[in-house]
Design a protein around this ligand. Structure first.
Ligand code: HEC
Length: 176
Protein backbone atom coordinates (compact mmCIF):
# COMPACT_ATOMS: atom_id res chain seq x y z
CA UNK A 1 0.00 0.00 0.00
CA UNK A 2 2.75 2.37 0.96
CA UNK A 3 4.71 1.60 -2.20
CA UNK A 4 1.62 2.13 -4.25
CA UNK A 5 1.02 5.55 -2.72
CA UNK A 6 4.60 6.57 -3.35
CA UNK A 7 4.30 5.49 -6.95
CA UNK A 8 1.16 7.51 -7.36
CA UNK A 9 2.77 10.52 -5.73
CA UNK A 10 5.75 10.25 -8.05
CA UNK A 11 3.44 9.90 -11.01
CA UNK A 12 1.64 13.02 -9.88
CA UNK A 13 4.89 14.94 -9.57
CA UNK A 14 5.94 13.75 -13.01
CA UNK A 15 2.57 14.89 -14.31
CA UNK A 16 3.08 18.33 -12.85
CA UNK A 17 6.51 18.73 -14.46
CA UNK A 18 5.11 17.61 -17.81
CA UNK A 19 2.38 20.21 -17.47
CA UNK A 20 4.93 22.81 -16.43
CA UNK A 21 7.01 21.96 -19.49
CA UNK A 22 3.96 22.31 -21.72
CA UNK A 23 3.25 25.70 -20.19
CA UNK A 24 6.56 27.09 -21.46
CA UNK A 25 6.67 30.26 -23.58
CA UNK A 26 6.84 28.30 -26.81
CA UNK A 27 3.49 26.62 -26.18
CA UNK A 28 1.00 29.04 -27.67
CA UNK A 29 -2.12 27.95 -25.78
CA UNK A 30 -4.72 30.70 -26.09
CA UNK A 31 -5.70 32.27 -22.77
CA UNK A 32 -9.31 31.28 -23.34
CA UNK A 33 -8.30 27.65 -23.05
CA UNK A 34 -7.11 28.13 -19.50
CA UNK A 35 -9.72 26.25 -17.49
CA UNK A 36 -11.53 28.04 -14.67
CA UNK A 37 -9.76 27.07 -11.46
CA UNK A 38 -11.35 24.18 -9.60
CA UNK A 39 -12.89 25.04 -6.24
CA UNK A 40 -9.90 23.50 -4.45
CA UNK A 41 -7.48 25.88 -6.13
CA UNK A 42 -9.26 29.09 -5.15
CA UNK A 43 -7.74 30.63 -2.07
CA UNK A 44 -9.72 33.10 0.03
CA UNK A 45 -8.21 36.21 1.56
CA UNK A 46 -7.86 34.30 4.85
CA UNK A 47 -5.69 31.65 3.18
CA UNK A 48 -8.32 28.91 3.24
CA UNK A 49 -9.94 27.28 0.25
CA UNK A 50 -13.73 27.67 0.00
CA UNK A 51 -14.05 23.98 0.84
CA UNK A 52 -11.96 24.36 4.00
CA UNK A 53 -13.90 27.44 5.09
CA UNK A 54 -17.28 25.83 4.44
CA UNK A 55 -16.34 22.60 6.20
CA UNK A 56 -14.94 24.55 9.14
CA UNK A 57 -18.17 26.49 9.67
CA UNK A 58 -20.34 23.42 9.15
CA UNK A 59 -18.27 21.60 11.76
CA UNK A 60 -18.69 24.47 14.22
CA UNK A 61 -22.43 24.69 13.53
CA UNK A 62 -22.70 20.94 14.14
CA UNK A 63 -21.10 21.51 17.55
CA UNK A 64 -23.71 24.18 18.29
CA UNK A 65 -26.40 21.73 17.24
CA UNK A 66 -24.98 19.12 19.63
CA UNK A 67 -24.77 21.58 22.51
CA UNK A 68 -28.37 22.55 21.89
CA UNK A 69 -29.48 18.94 21.79
CA UNK A 70 -27.75 18.32 25.12
CA UNK A 71 -29.48 21.27 26.76
CA UNK A 72 -32.84 20.35 25.25
CA UNK A 73 -32.53 16.72 26.40
CA UNK A 74 -31.54 17.79 29.91
CA UNK A 75 -34.37 20.28 30.20
CA UNK A 76 -36.80 17.52 29.27
CA UNK A 77 -35.27 15.10 31.77
CA UNK A 78 -36.95 14.61 35.13
CA UNK A 79 -33.83 15.76 36.91
CA UNK A 80 -31.76 17.95 34.60
CA UNK A 81 -28.01 17.55 34.93
CA UNK A 82 -27.05 21.15 35.64
CA UNK A 83 -23.34 20.57 35.08
CA UNK A 84 -24.06 19.15 31.61
CA UNK A 85 -26.28 22.13 30.80
CA UNK A 86 -23.65 24.58 32.01
CA UNK A 87 -20.89 22.92 29.99
CA UNK A 88 -23.02 22.86 26.85
CA UNK A 89 -24.14 26.48 27.31
CA UNK A 90 -20.56 27.62 27.90
CA UNK A 91 -19.45 25.91 24.68
CA UNK A 92 -21.85 27.96 22.54
CA UNK A 93 -19.97 31.31 22.59
CA UNK A 94 -16.67 29.43 22.30
CA UNK A 95 -17.68 27.37 19.27
CA UNK A 96 -19.40 30.31 17.58
CA UNK A 97 -16.60 32.82 18.18
CA UNK A 98 -15.78 34.60 14.94
CA UNK A 99 -19.04 33.53 13.25
CA UNK A 100 -19.07 36.83 11.36
CA UNK A 101 -15.89 35.67 9.57
CA UNK A 102 -17.26 32.25 8.58
CA UNK A 103 -18.98 33.48 5.44
CA UNK A 104 -16.43 35.33 3.31
CA UNK A 105 -17.36 36.10 -0.30
CA UNK A 106 -16.70 33.03 -2.44
CA UNK A 107 -18.12 30.51 0.04
CA UNK A 108 -21.70 30.48 -1.21
CA UNK A 109 -23.43 27.93 -3.46
CA UNK A 110 -21.47 29.32 -6.46
CA UNK A 111 -18.27 27.91 -4.98
CA UNK A 112 -19.25 24.45 -6.18
CA UNK A 113 -18.88 23.14 -2.63
CA UNK A 114 -21.91 21.59 -0.98
CA UNK A 115 -23.37 24.23 1.30
CA UNK A 116 -26.78 25.20 2.65
CA UNK A 117 -25.71 28.84 2.94
CA UNK A 118 -28.08 30.92 0.80
CA UNK A 119 -26.96 33.78 -1.50
CA UNK A 120 -29.05 36.10 0.73
CA UNK A 121 -26.08 36.11 3.14
CA UNK A 122 -24.07 38.11 0.59
CA UNK A 123 -27.04 40.00 -0.84
CA UNK A 124 -28.12 41.34 2.53
CA UNK A 125 -25.04 41.35 4.76
CA UNK A 126 -26.53 43.86 7.20
CA UNK A 127 -29.48 41.64 8.11
CA UNK A 128 -27.17 38.65 8.34
CA UNK A 129 -24.81 40.53 10.68
CA UNK A 130 -27.82 41.51 12.80
CA UNK A 131 -28.86 37.84 13.09
CA UNK A 132 -25.37 36.98 14.30
CA UNK A 133 -25.48 39.80 16.85
CA UNK A 134 -28.93 38.69 18.08
CA UNK A 135 -27.69 35.13 18.45
CA UNK A 136 -24.52 36.18 20.26
CA UNK A 137 -26.34 38.33 22.77
CA UNK A 138 -28.97 35.63 23.40
CA UNK A 139 -26.28 32.98 23.88
CA UNK A 140 -24.45 35.20 26.38
CA UNK A 141 -27.76 35.36 28.27
CA UNK A 142 -27.98 31.58 28.13
CA UNK A 143 -24.52 31.22 29.68
CA UNK A 144 -25.47 33.60 32.50
CA UNK A 145 -28.76 31.77 33.11
CA UNK A 146 -26.97 28.40 33.14
CA UNK A 147 -24.48 29.69 35.69
CA UNK A 148 -27.38 30.94 37.81
CA UNK A 149 -28.72 27.39 37.95
CA UNK A 150 -32.42 28.24 37.87
CA UNK A 151 -34.07 25.77 35.48
CA UNK A 152 -36.99 28.04 34.58
CA UNK A 153 -34.60 30.88 33.74
CA UNK A 154 -32.40 28.49 31.75
CA UNK A 155 -35.44 27.24 29.80
CA UNK A 156 -36.44 30.80 28.96
CA UNK A 157 -32.93 31.75 27.83
CA UNK A 158 -32.64 28.51 25.88
CA UNK A 159 -35.90 29.21 24.07
CA UNK A 160 -34.77 32.72 23.27
CA UNK A 161 -31.39 31.60 21.94
CA UNK A 162 -32.94 28.78 19.92
CA UNK A 163 -35.25 31.38 18.39
CA UNK A 164 -32.23 33.28 17.09
CA UNK A 165 -30.81 30.12 15.46
CA UNK A 166 -34.16 29.48 13.80
CA UNK A 167 -34.60 33.08 12.73
CA UNK A 168 -31.28 33.06 10.91
CA UNK A 169 -31.92 29.64 9.35
CA UNK A 170 -35.31 30.77 8.00
CA UNK A 171 -33.73 33.46 5.87
CA UNK A 172 -30.16 32.37 5.28
CA UNK A 173 -30.04 28.59 5.28
CA UNK A 174 -31.49 26.22 2.67
CA UNK A 175 -33.73 23.31 3.69
CA UNK A 176 -35.30 25.10 6.62
C1 HEC B 1 -26.44 34.17 11.59
C2 HEC B 1 -27.03 32.98 11.05
C3 HEC B 1 -27.04 31.70 11.83
C4 HEC B 1 -27.17 31.53 13.19
C5 HEC B 1 -27.35 32.57 14.27
C6 HEC B 1 -27.14 30.11 13.41
N1 HEC B 1 -26.98 29.44 12.24
FE1 HEC B 1 -26.95 27.45 12.00
N2 HEC B 1 -26.53 27.68 10.03
C7 HEC B 1 -26.50 28.89 9.36
C8 HEC B 1 -26.14 28.66 7.97
C9 HEC B 1 -26.01 29.73 6.90
C10 HEC B 1 -25.96 27.29 7.82
C11 HEC B 1 -25.52 26.52 6.56
C12 HEC B 1 -23.98 26.48 6.56
C13 HEC B 1 -23.41 25.78 5.35
O1 HEC B 1 -23.96 24.73 4.92
O2 HEC B 1 -22.39 26.25 4.83
C14 HEC B 1 -26.21 26.69 9.14
C15 HEC B 1 -26.13 25.34 9.41
C16 HEC B 1 -26.37 24.78 10.65
C17 HEC B 1 -26.29 23.36 10.93
C18 HEC B 1 -25.92 22.27 9.93
C19 HEC B 1 -24.42 22.09 9.90
C20 HEC B 1 -24.03 20.98 8.92
O3 HEC B 1 -23.57 21.28 7.81
O4 HEC B 1 -24.21 19.81 9.30
C21 HEC B 1 -26.60 23.20 12.26
C22 HEC B 1 -26.67 21.89 13.04
C23 HEC B 1 -26.87 24.51 12.80
N3 HEC B 1 -26.71 25.45 11.79
C24 HEC B 1 -27.22 24.75 14.10
C25 HEC B 1 -27.34 26.02 14.65
C26 HEC B 1 -27.67 26.27 16.03
C27 HEC B 1 -27.99 25.21 17.06
C28 HEC B 1 -27.67 27.61 16.18
C29 HEC B 1 -27.94 28.41 17.41
C30 HEC B 1 -27.36 27.98 18.64
C31 HEC B 1 -27.36 28.19 14.89
N4 HEC B 1 -27.18 27.19 13.98
C32 HEC B 1 -27.28 29.55 14.66
C33 HEC B 1 -26.76 30.12 9.90
C34 HEC B 1 -26.91 30.38 11.25
Amino acid sequence: MKIRQTTLALAAIAGVSILAACGGSDSAAPASEAAAPAAEEVVLANGMTPKEQIELRQGQLKKLGKAFKTISDELKAGEPDLAAIQAAAASVPVESAGMADWFPAGTGPDSGVKTDALPAIWDDPETFAQKIADFQSASAGLVTAAEGGDIAAISAAFGQTGGTCKSCHETFRADD
